[in-house]
Each structure stands twice: as C-alpha cells, then as structure tokens.
Design a protein around this ligand. Structure first.
Ligand SMILES: [Mg+2]
Length: 103
C-alpha cells in the first residue's frame, strides 16, 4: 500500500504543477472530480446492463471495473489534497468501518 500512496502523491505533485487553478479551488476541483468519475461508473453500469435506449449493451464488466478504479484513485487524490496525513485518515477510517461490520 505504501507504493500506492507514493504514486498518488506523485499524481498530486503533477496536478499541483499542471493545474490552471491552485489552492482551495484546485482542492475543490479534485473533490468534484470524484463525482465526475462516479457518473462514469453509472454510465458504465447502465451500458453493461444495456439500459441506454436504442444502443444495447455498450460496456463490459472490465469497463465498469476501470471506472470504479477511477473513483478510488480520484478519491485518494482528493484525500491527499485535503488531509494533513491521508494515509492515517484512510487507515483509521478503514479500521472503523471494518470494526462495525460483522465478521
Ligand atoms: Mg473514468
């Protein structure tokens, strides 16, 4: 997981260098990006189920998984962008969620 967070932090550095906006606005954009990617998950699921009228089945399970991955990555980028210690926040939250689930 350490290598994953290093990659996310490198992506944040790249975004910091390349983004046309900075500071609070950039952090807000990174949070909004999660919603954009979630919309792509919804589109992929609809496409997988053949729910787009007149189009039939337009997506595969791999497309859906890719979009779910995008949600995870964009969420990690947003967390790194707003938290003092994203790794600790994530680990603590995961422990809390796991603790309240059965098993
Ligand atoms: Mg996507």
């Amino acid at each position: 997981m350490d290598e994953t967070w290093k990659t996310i932090e490198r992506l944040c550095d790249w975004l910091d260098a390349e983004s046309p906006v900075q500071g609070r606005t950039e952090r807000l954009m990174r949070i909004l990006k999660i919603g954009e990617e979630y919309g792509e998950v919804a589109g992929a699921l609809r496409g997988l189920l053949g729910a787009h009228p007149g189009k039939g089945k337009t997506h595969t399970i791999d497309d859906l998984c890719d979009e779910l991955g995008d949600v995870i990555v964009t969420s990690m980028v947003a967390l790194v962008s707003v938290a003092d210690d994203a790794r600790e926040v994530f680990d603590t939250r995961l422990r809390e969620i796991a603790h309240r689930s059965p098993g």
